[in-house]
Design a protein around this ligand. Structure first.
Ligand SMILES: Nc1ncnc2c1ncn2[C@@H]1O[C@H](COP(=O)(O)OP(=O)(O)OP(=O)(O)O)[C@@H](O)[C@H]1O
Length: 331
């Protein structure tokens, strides 16, 4: 496995700048998740690293080697797309074996069998090994595509929302499996997702992309607790961070335009009165929807709370984040 370095990478599509001077180091053995809304440049970043597309400016290094001019095969990267890409006329087993049968690798038969079996078990498709790829459900095909990447030992795995087409239970299972495969093998993984839970649970680092610019890079915890802007703060956390006018509570510093309060950073029982508008019991926690001076706030409370819609609850900020008129964090 290898470190991947992007140095001032820029990519334009006619006059649209999809990646704008992006510099980023994906450390060897890390699990980096790229975050950003649609169009932020996540897929473009993966395509540049894979060699499917060329940057207009800047350099990409994998394992210290410059990648300019090298084909995807020469880069030895494994990519999993959101949409499965299988050989339809081959069986699941043949699809999984395919990458190992490359003449360059000359993997021994016993080794191929062992790897295919192990991966098929992890991905819960062992019972479908002899089926034709076309005889699978969408979720099964996607698992085979993931398997085709995992049987290899590339320099880096590039995955673009690989779990988004799977049902919730399988997604939760595979999240744990992928993370343990990565942690166990020391693989380097660059991963795109819109799923907050995937990002928080799997990433060693997250990179926040905003209109083609990398605006923050750090551990999920760092980005969660110390976001550089409202934009970065809104990328992690569910329910989302509450953004309110800064003067809605006393104590805002000069130049503060907005206060950001994570749902769990609102103390209840003292402070200002707010109205409970909805109580959502989710089992392990309860969400309170509050109306406070014409603003809606979401906070969390005790799972067995007796609060009901129409009640009054006192609230005050705990660990507030302040942002200026441009949405940038104030120290
Ligand atoms: N082949 C292309 N031709 C023209 N424009 C493109 C092309 N590929 C991407 N773009 C543009 O570049 C920008 C970044 O696209 P990209 O696919 O990287 O976004 P993304 O963050 O992956 O979004 P999504 O979450 O929707 O996949 C977008 O504005 C997109 O329209």
């Amino acid at each position: 496995m290898a470190e991947v370095v992007l140095q001032n990478v820029t990519k334009r599509f006619s006059d649209h700048v999809a990646l704008d001077d992006v510099s980023m180091t994906v450390p060897d053995g890390s699990f980096v998740v790229l975050l950003g809304p649609t169009g932020a440049g996540k897929t473009t970043t993966l395509r540049m690293i894979s060699g499917l597309d060329q940057p207009d400016g800047g350099e990409i290094f994998i394992g210290g080697m410059p990648m300019r001019g090298l084909t995807p095969a020469q880069r030895n990267v494994a990519m999993v797309f959101q949409q499965y890409s299988l050989y339809p006329h081959l069986t699941v087993r043949e699809n999984l074996e395919f990458p190992l049968k490359s003449p360059l690798l000359s993997t021994p038969r016993a080794e191929i069998d062992r790897k295919v079996k192990a991966i098929a078990e992890v991905l819960q498709i062992a019972h479908k090994l002899e089926n034709k790829a076309t005889a699978l459900s969408g979720g099964e095909m996607q698992r085979v595509s993931i398997g085709r990447a995992l049987v290899r030992s590339p320099q880096i795995y590039l995955m673009d929302e690989p779990l988004s087409s799977l049902d919730a239970k399988l997604r939760a299972d595979l999240r744990i499996e992928l993370k343990s495969i990565q942690a166990g093998s020391g693989a380097t993984l660059l991963y795109v997702t819109h799923d907050q839970i995937e990002a928080m649970t799997m990433a060693t680092h997250v990179g926040v992309l905003q209109q083609g610019r990398l605006v923050q890079f750090g551990s999920p915890r760092e980005v969660y607790e110390n976001p550089v802007s409202i934009y970065a703060a809104a990328r992690l956390g569910l329910p989302r961070i509450n953004i309110l006018p800064a003067d809605i509570f006393a104590g805002a510093p000069p130049r503060a335009r907005n206060i950001g309060l994570r749902p769990e950073h609102i103390r209840q029982g003292s402070g200002e009165e707010s109205l409970v508008t909805r109580v959502e019991h989710l089992g392990d926690q309860t969400r309170l929807h509050l109306s406070f001076r014409n603003h809606q706030i979401v906070t969390v409370t005790d799972a067995h709370t007796a609060l009901r819609s129409g009640d009054i609850v006192k609230i005050e900020p705990n660990k507030p984040l302040y942002f200026d008129a441009e949405g940038m964090r104030l120290a």
